[in-house]
Design a protein around this ligand. Structure first.
Ligand SMILES: [Mn+2]
Length: 315
Protein backbone atom coordinates (compact mmCIF):
# COMPACT_ATOMS: atom_id res chain seq x y z
CA UNK A 1 0.00 0.00 0.00
CA UNK A 2 1.52 3.30 -1.05
CA UNK A 3 0.62 6.72 -2.34
CA UNK A 4 -0.52 6.94 -5.91
CA UNK A 5 1.80 8.89 -8.18
CA UNK A 6 0.70 12.40 -8.99
CA UNK A 7 -0.15 11.24 -12.51
CA UNK A 8 -2.35 8.38 -11.25
CA UNK A 9 -4.14 10.74 -8.93
CA UNK A 10 -4.72 13.28 -11.66
CA UNK A 11 -5.93 10.63 -14.07
CA UNK A 12 -8.90 9.45 -12.01
CA UNK A 13 -9.77 12.81 -10.48
CA UNK A 14 -10.85 11.52 -7.09
CA UNK A 15 -9.37 12.98 -3.93
CA UNK A 16 -8.47 10.42 -1.26
CA UNK A 17 -6.41 11.73 1.68
CA UNK A 18 -2.73 11.99 0.67
CA UNK A 19 -3.39 10.15 -2.64
CA UNK A 20 -3.77 6.98 -0.59
CA UNK A 21 -5.80 3.97 -1.70
CA UNK A 22 -9.52 4.30 -1.03
CA UNK A 23 -10.73 1.52 1.24
CA UNK A 24 -14.26 2.29 2.48
CA UNK A 25 -14.61 1.04 6.02
CA UNK A 26 -17.90 -0.74 5.38
CA UNK A 27 -16.13 -3.14 3.01
CA UNK A 28 -13.52 -4.00 5.66
CA UNK A 29 -9.98 -2.64 5.70
CA UNK A 30 -7.35 -4.50 3.65
CA UNK A 31 -5.18 -6.94 5.60
CA UNK A 32 -2.18 -5.25 7.12
CA UNK A 33 -3.64 -1.74 7.19
CA UNK A 34 -1.76 0.11 9.92
CA UNK A 35 -3.52 3.47 9.73
CA UNK A 36 -6.93 4.53 8.47
CA UNK A 37 -7.93 8.11 7.77
CA UNK A 38 -11.60 8.76 8.43
CA UNK A 39 -13.55 11.89 7.60
CA UNK A 40 -16.20 12.97 10.10
CA UNK A 41 -18.32 15.64 8.38
CA UNK A 42 -20.28 16.90 11.39
CA UNK A 43 -20.53 20.43 12.79
CA UNK A 44 -23.80 20.19 14.71
CA UNK A 45 -21.80 20.68 17.90
CA UNK A 46 -20.50 24.13 17.02
CA UNK A 47 -21.55 27.08 19.17
CA UNK A 48 -20.50 29.88 16.81
CA UNK A 49 -19.40 29.73 13.17
CA UNK A 50 -20.23 26.39 11.48
CA UNK A 51 -18.61 24.87 8.41
CA UNK A 52 -16.39 22.15 9.86
CA UNK A 53 -18.57 19.50 8.23
CA UNK A 54 -16.95 20.44 4.93
CA UNK A 55 -13.40 19.90 6.15
CA UNK A 56 -12.93 16.23 5.16
CA UNK A 57 -13.27 17.13 1.47
CA UNK A 58 -11.09 20.22 1.63
CA UNK A 59 -8.38 18.49 3.65
CA UNK A 60 -8.43 15.62 1.16
CA UNK A 61 -7.88 18.07 -1.68
CA UNK A 62 -5.12 19.97 0.12
CA UNK A 63 -3.44 16.76 1.31
CA UNK A 64 -2.84 15.54 -2.26
CA UNK A 65 0.16 17.87 -2.33
CA UNK A 66 1.87 16.16 0.62
CA UNK A 67 4.67 13.86 -0.50
CA UNK A 68 5.57 10.70 1.36
CA UNK A 69 9.11 10.94 2.68
CA UNK A 70 9.51 12.57 6.09
CA UNK A 71 12.94 14.11 5.77
CA UNK A 72 13.42 14.89 9.49
CA UNK A 73 12.27 11.55 10.87
CA UNK A 74 13.62 9.52 7.98
CA UNK A 75 10.67 7.42 6.93
CA UNK A 76 7.62 7.23 4.66
CA UNK A 77 4.69 6.96 7.05
CA UNK A 78 2.23 6.04 4.30
CA UNK A 79 4.05 2.91 3.23
CA UNK A 80 5.35 2.12 6.74
CA UNK A 81 1.75 2.06 7.97
CA UNK A 82 0.05 0.81 4.79
CA UNK A 83 -2.26 3.79 5.31
CA UNK A 84 -5.62 4.06 3.55
CA UNK A 85 -8.44 6.55 3.18
CA UNK A 86 -11.31 4.70 4.85
CA UNK A 87 -13.93 7.22 3.69
CA UNK A 88 -16.27 9.21 5.88
CA UNK A 89 -18.33 8.14 8.88
CA UNK A 90 -21.97 7.99 7.75
CA UNK A 91 -24.74 9.47 9.92
CA UNK A 92 -27.82 11.70 9.84
CA UNK A 93 -26.24 15.12 10.49
CA UNK A 94 -29.17 16.40 12.58
CA UNK A 95 -29.10 13.71 15.28
CA UNK A 96 -26.06 14.27 17.47
CA UNK A 97 -26.59 11.11 19.54
CA UNK A 98 -26.75 9.00 16.38
CA UNK A 99 -23.62 10.78 15.12
CA UNK A 100 -21.74 9.87 18.29
CA UNK A 101 -22.87 6.27 17.99
CA UNK A 102 -21.75 6.06 14.36
CA UNK A 103 -18.33 7.59 15.11
CA UNK A 104 -17.72 5.24 18.03
CA UNK A 105 -18.69 2.21 15.93
CA UNK A 106 -16.50 3.29 13.01
CA UNK A 107 -13.46 3.95 15.17
CA UNK A 108 -14.02 0.62 16.93
CA UNK A 109 -14.05 -1.09 13.53
CA UNK A 110 -10.76 0.54 12.56
CA UNK A 111 -9.20 -0.55 15.85
CA UNK A 112 -10.57 -4.08 15.56
CA UNK A 113 -8.75 -4.47 12.26
CA UNK A 114 -5.48 -3.48 13.96
CA UNK A 115 -5.18 -0.01 12.40
CA UNK A 116 -4.62 3.33 14.12
CA UNK A 117 -7.53 5.73 13.48
CA UNK A 118 -6.82 9.28 12.20
CA UNK A 119 -9.99 11.36 12.22
CA UNK A 120 -10.53 14.51 10.22
CA UNK A 121 -13.42 16.48 11.72
CA UNK A 122 -15.83 17.91 12.03
CA UNK A 123 -16.13 19.96 15.15
CA UNK A 124 -14.58 18.96 18.46
CA UNK A 125 -17.65 17.06 19.65
CA UNK A 126 -16.49 14.16 17.48
CA UNK A 127 -13.60 13.49 19.84
CA UNK A 128 -15.68 12.05 22.68
CA UNK A 129 -16.99 9.01 20.76
CA UNK A 130 -13.52 8.49 19.29
CA UNK A 131 -12.02 8.45 22.79
CA UNK A 132 -14.70 6.03 23.94
CA UNK A 133 -13.76 3.56 21.21
CA UNK A 134 -10.00 3.95 21.71
CA UNK A 135 -10.25 3.63 25.51
CA UNK A 136 -12.46 0.55 25.10
CA UNK A 137 -9.65 -0.99 23.08
CA UNK A 138 -6.56 0.21 24.99
CA UNK A 139 -7.83 1.09 28.47
CA UNK A 140 -7.56 4.53 30.08
CA UNK A 141 -5.51 6.79 27.84
CA UNK A 142 -3.05 9.59 28.01
CA UNK A 143 -4.59 12.44 26.04
CA UNK A 144 -2.72 15.33 24.49
CA UNK A 145 -5.29 18.02 23.79
CA UNK A 146 -4.00 20.94 21.72
CA UNK A 147 -6.54 23.76 21.70
CA UNK A 148 -7.18 27.42 22.48
CA UNK A 149 -9.98 26.28 24.80
CA UNK A 150 -10.21 23.86 27.73
CA UNK A 151 -13.30 22.10 26.26
CA UNK A 152 -14.41 21.01 29.72
CA UNK A 153 -17.69 22.96 29.76
CA UNK A 154 -20.85 21.47 31.20
CA UNK A 155 -24.53 21.74 30.29
CA UNK A 156 -24.90 25.01 32.22
CA UNK A 157 -23.73 27.06 29.25
CA UNK A 158 -25.98 25.88 26.42
CA UNK A 159 -28.37 23.50 28.16
CA UNK A 160 -26.79 20.59 26.33
CA UNK A 161 -24.09 18.31 27.66
CA UNK A 162 -22.65 17.36 24.27
CA UNK A 163 -21.18 20.05 22.05
CA UNK A 164 -17.73 21.07 20.90
CA UNK A 165 -16.92 22.75 24.20
CA UNK A 166 -17.49 19.63 26.31
CA UNK A 167 -15.62 16.53 25.04
CA UNK A 168 -12.77 16.60 27.55
CA UNK A 169 -15.14 16.99 30.49
CA UNK A 170 -16.90 13.74 29.51
CA UNK A 171 -13.60 12.03 28.83
CA UNK A 172 -12.43 12.87 32.36
CA UNK A 173 -15.70 12.06 34.10
CA UNK A 174 -16.11 8.78 32.19
CA UNK A 175 -12.53 7.84 33.11
CA UNK A 176 -11.44 7.46 29.52
CA UNK A 177 -8.33 9.39 30.60
CA UNK A 178 -5.83 7.78 32.95
CA UNK A 179 -5.39 9.70 36.22
CA UNK A 180 -3.34 12.86 35.69
CA UNK A 181 -2.93 12.14 31.97
CA UNK A 182 -4.82 14.98 30.31
CA UNK A 183 -2.21 17.32 28.85
CA UNK A 184 -3.64 20.55 27.43
CA UNK A 185 -1.44 22.74 25.24
CA UNK A 186 -2.08 26.11 23.63
CA UNK A 187 -4.79 27.25 26.03
CA UNK A 188 -5.32 31.01 26.11
CA UNK A 189 -7.83 33.80 26.23
CA UNK A 190 -10.75 34.67 28.46
CA UNK A 191 -12.63 31.96 30.33
CA UNK A 192 -16.30 31.95 31.30
CA UNK A 193 -15.32 32.09 34.96
CA UNK A 194 -12.41 31.41 37.30
CA UNK A 195 -13.93 27.99 38.01
CA UNK A 196 -13.48 26.78 34.42
CA UNK A 197 -10.08 25.34 35.23
CA UNK A 198 -11.42 23.33 38.18
CA UNK A 199 -12.85 20.45 36.12
CA UNK A 200 -9.49 19.51 34.71
CA UNK A 201 -7.61 20.36 37.90
CA UNK A 202 -9.76 17.91 39.89
CA UNK A 203 -8.51 15.16 37.58
CA UNK A 204 -4.90 16.31 37.62
CA UNK A 205 -4.95 17.77 34.11
CA UNK A 206 -1.78 19.63 33.18
CA UNK A 207 -2.21 22.90 31.29
CA UNK A 208 0.61 24.27 29.15
CA UNK A 209 -0.68 27.69 28.15
CA UNK A 210 0.41 29.33 24.95
CA UNK A 211 2.88 31.63 26.74
CA UNK A 212 4.70 28.58 28.07
CA UNK A 213 5.04 27.16 24.54
CA UNK A 214 6.42 30.47 23.31
CA UNK A 215 8.83 30.91 26.21
CA UNK A 216 10.09 27.32 26.58
CA UNK A 217 9.48 26.07 23.03
CA UNK A 218 7.32 23.30 21.68
CA UNK A 219 10.05 20.69 22.03
CA UNK A 220 10.45 21.34 25.77
CA UNK A 221 6.69 21.12 26.30
CA UNK A 222 6.53 17.93 24.22
CA UNK A 223 9.37 16.50 26.32
CA UNK A 224 7.36 17.15 29.49
CA UNK A 225 4.38 15.40 27.95
CA UNK A 226 6.49 12.45 26.77
CA UNK A 227 8.06 11.90 30.17
CA UNK A 228 4.69 12.09 31.91
CA UNK A 229 3.06 9.72 29.42
CA UNK A 230 5.78 7.07 29.36
CA UNK A 231 4.48 3.85 27.82
CA UNK A 232 0.79 4.70 28.15
CA UNK A 233 -1.20 4.73 24.91
CA UNK A 234 -1.56 8.35 23.77
CA UNK A 235 -4.46 9.89 21.87
CA UNK A 236 -3.75 13.25 20.24
CA UNK A 237 -6.67 15.60 19.72
CA UNK A 238 -5.63 18.66 17.74
CA UNK A 239 -8.10 21.56 17.50
CA UNK A 240 -6.76 23.91 14.82
CA UNK A 241 -7.94 26.90 16.83
CA UNK A 242 -4.85 26.27 18.98
CA UNK A 243 -3.02 27.84 16.07
CA UNK A 244 -3.16 31.61 15.64
CA UNK A 245 -5.95 32.80 13.31
CA UNK A 246 -3.23 34.44 11.24
CA UNK A 247 -1.99 30.95 10.32
CA UNK A 248 -5.29 29.06 10.61
CA UNK A 249 -8.14 31.44 9.86
CA UNK A 250 -10.52 28.69 8.78
CA UNK A 251 -12.02 27.77 12.12
CA UNK A 252 -15.22 28.38 14.03
CA UNK A 253 -14.11 29.98 17.30
CA UNK A 254 -10.87 31.86 16.63
CA UNK A 255 -8.74 33.22 19.48
CA UNK A 256 -5.83 35.58 18.76
CA UNK A 257 -2.37 34.94 20.11
CA UNK A 258 -2.04 31.27 19.25
CA UNK A 259 0.70 28.92 18.13
CA UNK A 260 2.43 29.49 14.85
CA UNK A 261 1.99 26.70 12.33
CA UNK A 262 5.71 25.98 12.78
CA UNK A 263 5.26 25.57 16.55
CA UNK A 264 2.23 23.35 15.98
CA UNK A 265 4.04 21.04 13.56
CA UNK A 266 7.09 20.82 15.81
CA UNK A 267 4.90 19.97 18.79
CA UNK A 268 3.43 16.95 16.98
CA UNK A 269 6.75 15.86 15.45
CA UNK A 270 8.43 16.06 18.86
CA UNK A 271 6.12 13.30 20.10
CA UNK A 272 8.30 10.79 18.27
CA UNK A 273 8.77 7.86 20.62
CA UNK A 274 5.30 7.88 22.11
CA UNK A 275 2.79 5.06 21.60
CA UNK A 276 0.26 6.97 19.46
CA UNK A 277 -3.01 5.01 19.28
CA UNK A 278 -5.26 7.61 17.67
CA UNK A 279 -5.39 11.19 16.47
CA UNK A 280 -7.89 13.72 15.30
CA UNK A 281 -7.65 17.14 13.69
CA UNK A 282 -10.84 19.08 14.27
CA UNK A 283 -12.48 22.48 13.80
CA UNK A 284 -11.19 23.21 10.31
CA UNK A 285 -13.98 25.32 8.79
CA UNK A 286 -13.28 25.77 5.07
CA UNK A 287 -15.80 28.61 4.49
CA UNK A 288 -13.62 30.82 6.72
CA UNK A 289 -10.31 29.66 5.31
CA UNK A 290 -8.05 31.77 3.13
CA UNK A 291 -6.01 30.23 0.36
CA UNK A 292 -6.32 26.74 1.91
CA UNK A 293 -3.97 27.78 4.75
CA UNK A 294 -5.93 25.90 7.41
CA UNK A 295 -6.73 22.82 5.34
CA UNK A 296 -3.10 22.58 4.27
CA UNK A 297 -1.93 22.90 7.87
CA UNK A 298 -4.39 20.19 8.92
CA UNK A 299 -2.94 17.87 6.26
CA UNK A 300 0.59 18.49 7.51
CA UNK A 301 -0.40 17.97 11.15
CA UNK A 302 -1.83 14.61 10.12
CA UNK A 303 1.39 13.81 8.24
CA UNK A 304 3.42 14.48 11.41
CA UNK A 305 1.04 12.34 13.47
CA UNK A 306 1.23 9.51 10.94
CA UNK A 307 5.02 9.65 11.12
CA UNK A 308 4.89 9.40 14.93
CA UNK A 309 2.56 6.39 14.64
CA UNK A 310 4.86 4.79 12.06
CA UNK A 311 7.81 5.16 14.42
CA UNK A 312 5.79 3.63 17.26
CA UNK A 313 4.91 0.66 15.06
CA UNK A 314 8.53 0.16 14.03
CA UNK A 315 9.71 -0.06 17.66
MN1 LIG B 1 -11.75 22.40 20.96
Amino acid sequence: MHQQSAAEYLAHGQIPFFRLPSAPLAAGLPDGTGAALLGVPFDGGTTYRPGARLAPWEVRRASALVQGHHALLGLDPFSALSAVDAGNVVFPPFDAAAVRGAIEASVAAVLASGAVPFLVGGDHSITLPALRAVAARHGPLAVLHVDAHLDTSGPEVWGDAFHHGTPLRHALEDRLVAPGQLHQVGIRGPLGSAGDVDVGARHGARVHGVDEVVERGGRAVARDVLSAVGDLPLYLSFDVDAVDPAFAPGTGTPVPGGLTSREALLLVRALAGVRLVGMDVVEVSPPFDHGDATSTLAAHLLFEGLAVAALARAR
